[in-house]
Design a protein around this ligand. Structure first.
Ligand code: HEM
Length: 470
């Protein structure tokens, strides 16, 4: 018989009104905190934050059931509705990244074409350039023995450049960052992401008083828009002239230009969407790449395998494009395995519009249900040697498809997934082709923390030795 919602396990220490909020006081990694509760309470439990229950699930079939029930207009979490409310108050155009229902579908549909493989692959030549800039930056800052003391900044600059390339079609030269915009944009995006946690709770205190998270969110967004608009202003007149002439689309034309040419978005909408795409990809991609490079540096045999595959499909000086990427499937396994070991986005989440039964419990509609990727990815019942970085497991083992969902799932899944995967693969190819990377970091897994996103929490020291052929 189905057990009632009230019977769901829940951590001790819930207080009237605030619920479990005080348990979060000293938490530096929300993912580790929830995973620990899964280990103590079992594969499903709930917590309560200011009157809002949240359900956490670490069972692949249960996660699959949630996503199979998401309906035509999936709702991710309370964040979307709450941020959309703030955007309207700010007088900014609504962006599909934060929308729900029919409005979301209408606006996401306006951007469908741009996320298709043919369009994403059209940016390959720019992604090669950005990756080569990363290589020059390594040469510039590495110590005499070839070591870069912390690759995290290099990776963030690369992520910003790659994003600026496909959103605005610009080269920011962010490593020099003479006007300080690159650093400001990175900080502001980080601040927006970190402030999102409060917006998940049901009781929107910020609608009555400006809470500190609300202020942090608004300040961060002000900055992101200020800098984004500067990029847009710089190029918009040029773009508009070309758009007015309805000129044949040039290879790899920026997203903002495409949206203006197509004319199905207002100028404000096009700018807002380009800014949101730049921001959505910045930290997510940078954290993912930092983890991947760390694992590659710890696993020379994996680098060697990529290098050998590249040698067999292309010349050493050839740029990487869509057709070469199709012949290098191992790169995809490396990304997937790193995303299993380090779940940057942590919790694939849905809020269903109807009640559902999960693992024998009744879950009412409108309660956010969060899949706990870290708990499942580290479960020895689900993965052999779960702590081991082993990209080949994805071809040899039988892995449930709903355990590792770093880009979410379905119609409301990550819009930029292909952009992220293509820019990352090209960076990995270029780096492996030019360098042998090594790390002497003492532990196997890289320490990480973060509330909304997990990021590496220590400097990542990597030694870059040029390959003999260069
Ligand atoms: C490794 C890098 C990235 C990761 C791990 C990531 C992860 C995610 C996740 C987990 C979601 C929620 C999906 C869901 O609820 O099912 C999402 C949504 C989204 N992402 Fe990404 N993302 C990445 C890069 C990017 C990039 C580069 C862009 C832009 C080009 C982007 C644009 C978006 C947008 C627009 C949404 C909202 C989709 C919607 O609500 O319809 N992401 N991403």
């Amino acid at each position: 018989m189905m057990k009632p919602f009230t019977a769901l396990p829940s951590p001790a220490g819930s207080l009237p009104i605030i619920g479990h909020l005080r348990l979060l006081k000293d938490v530096t990694s929300f993912s580790k905190f929830v995973t620990k509760h899964i280990q103590n309470l079992g594969p499903i439990f709930k917590m309560n934050f200011i009157g809002q229950s949240m359900v956490y699930v670490a069972d692949p079939s249960a996660v699959e059931k949630v996503f199979r029930n998401e309906g035509h207009y999936p709702t991710r979490s309370l964040i979307d509705k709450n941020v959309d409310w703030i955007m309207q108050r700010r007088n900014e155009p609504s962006l599909f990244i934060f929308q729900t229902g029919k409005e979301w579908l209408t606006n996401r549909s306006k951007a469908t074409k741009q996320a298709l493989p043919a369009n994403v692959f059209s940016y390959c030549s720019g992604f090669n350039k950005v990756a080569k800039q990363f290589i020059r930056n390594v040469h510039e800052i590495q110590n005499k023995d070839g070591t870069v003391n912390d690759i995290r900044d290099l990776v963030r600059y690369w992520s910003l450049e790659a994003g600026a390339h496909f959103t605005f079609g610009v080269n920011l030269d962010s490593q020099c960052d003479e006007d300080g915009h690159a650093k400001e944009l990175q900080n502001a995006t980080g601040a927006v992401i970190d402030s999102l946690y409060e917006l998940q709770t049901a009781f929107p205190l910020y609608k009555i008083v400006a809470t500190s998270s609300y202020k942090q969110f608004n300040r961060g967004l002000d900055k992101v828009y200020e800098i984004g608009r500067k990029y847009a202003d710089k190029y918009i007149s040029d773009i508009k002239t070309r758009a007015a002439l309805k000129k044949e689309r040039v290879h790899g034309t920026s997203l903002i230009e495409q949206w203006l040419i197509e004319g199905n978005m207002s100028q404000d909408e096009a700018i807002g969407n380009a800014i949101s795409m730049l921001a959505a990809g910045l930290d997510t991609t940078a954290a993912t790449v930092s983890f991947i490079l760390y694992e590659l540096a710890k696993h020379p045999e994996v680098q060697e395998k990529v290098y050998q595959q590249m040698q067999s499909v292309m010349d050493d000086d050839e740029d990487i494009d869509g057709s070469s990427l199709h012949k290098l499937p191992y790169l995809g396994l490396i990304i997937k395995e790193a995303q299993r070991l380090y779940s940057v986005t942590n919790f694939p989440t849905r809020l269903l519009d109807h009640d559902i039964e999960l693992l024998g419990y009744h879950i009412p509609a409108k309660v956010p249900i969060l899949g706990v990727m870290e708990a499942m990815s580290q479960d020895p019942m689900l993965f052999k040697d779960p702590q081991k970085f082993n990209p080949d497991r994805w071809t040899t083992d039988d892995i449930h498809p709903f355990i590792v969902l770093p880009f979410g799932f379905g119609a409301k899944g990550c819009w930029g997934r292909r952009f992220a995967e293509v820019e990352i693969k090209i960076l990995l190819c270029q780096l492996v082709r030019h360098f042998e990377m090594k790390s002497n970091f003492p532990s196997d897994r890289l320490p990480y923390d973060g509330i909304i996103l997990s990021r590496p929490s220590v400097p990542i020291k990597v030694n870059f030795t040029p390959r003999k052929t260069f």
